[in-house]
Design a protein around this ligand. Structure first.
Ligand code: COA
Length: 256
């Protein structure tokens, strides 16, 4: 595994740390591939009893790497071939417990990933956003159904459509997280919860999770979202949004 995703197994807990702090842990296609392989291996490895997602540096994850979006939108890879889909499928099908510890910024997949975690610890001052419309894209990771199921349609729509962040305290109050703690305590609390889950009866935990989630339906939704996301990614309005990000200016959708 490349060092942009750190992987360690201790006492049944597989820690996967996004490790690209200079880019706020924005996830590249290579990182998705590493994450997908880690989850596929973890599903088969009886030594892995729980998975813990963390981010190195001051932020959990700034979402998909926008440079990758530009490369894909400019030709080369078809959107459906993006490694993100292999990772999302692995997340939908994973039946062992998954915990996340979130500090700082969580954007895009940095939030939608949390909808596939079973327990989430956020920093009370974390900032969570899903600015897919600001990027002229569409929701992914089954978030078009999962986010509204957790926080309600109006709140979810506002988060998608206006793209403004909510704090960790809000995320906790809205049911997106099990705990909101001081930023310095996030990792220890998330590790404690993952350790507790790793000590429970593994067969029972897996049966419980399988009963609570419909993996096939989630994967079907991810694929239909992927079609909308892929079509938007190739649109002129998305290229304007990506270019604006690269040029550190606001996008201009007045001619879209
Ligand atoms: N893709 C590529 N690079 C990214 C990135 C992303 N998603 N998010 C951050 N970066 C890069 C920045 O371009 C910057 O690079 P530079 O130092 O070479 O200029 C570096 O990471 C640090 O980010 P910066 O914007 O300076 O930090 P900040 O604390 O001011 O803001 C964010 C942090 C996350 C709010 C801001 O970077 C941001 O909005 N990122 C884009 C989030 C996004 O839209 N993701 C896609 C969702 S689908």
């Amino acid at each position: 595994m490349s060092d942009v995703v750190l992987k360690s197994l201790d006492a049944g807990v597989l820690r996967l740390t996004l490790n690209r702090p200079e880019k706020k842990n924005a996830i590249t296609q290579a990182m998705y591939q590493a994450l997908a392989e880690a989850m596929e291996e973890a599903a088969l490895d009886s030594a892995v009893r729980a998975v813990l997602f963390l981010g190195a540096g001051d932020s959990f994850c700034a979402g998909n790497d926008i440079g990758d979006f530009i490369a894909i939108a400019s030709g080369g890879t078809a959107p459906a071939e993006m490694s993100v889909f292999r990772f999302l499928k692995a997340m939908a099908e994973f039946d062992k417990p998954v915990v996340a510890g979130v500090r700082g910024r969580a954007v895009g997949i940095g939030v939608t990933l949390l909808l596939h975690c079973d327990m989430v610890v956020v920093a009370d001052d974390a900032l969570l956003s899903v600015p897919f419309v600001n990027l002229a894209l569409a929701p992914e990771a089954a978030s078009s159904i999962l986010l509204s199921a957790v926080i309600g349609h109006q709140r979810a729509f506002e988060m998608f459509a206006l793209g403004e962040p909510i704090t960790g305290d809000h995320a906790f109050a809205w049911g997106l997280a099990n705990r909101a703690v001081a930023s310095a305590d996030v990792e220890a609390e998330a590790q404690r919860l993952a350790g507790a889950l790793a000590s429970r009866a593994p067969g029972s935990l897996r049966a419980t999770k399988r009963l609570m989630r419909d993996a096939a339906a989630l994967w079907a939704k991810m694929q239909s979202e992927g079609e909308a996301f892929g079509a938007q990614m190739l649109s002129a309005e998305a290229m304007e949004a990506f270019t604006a990000f690269a040029q550190k200016r606001a996008p201009d959708f007045s001619r879209s």
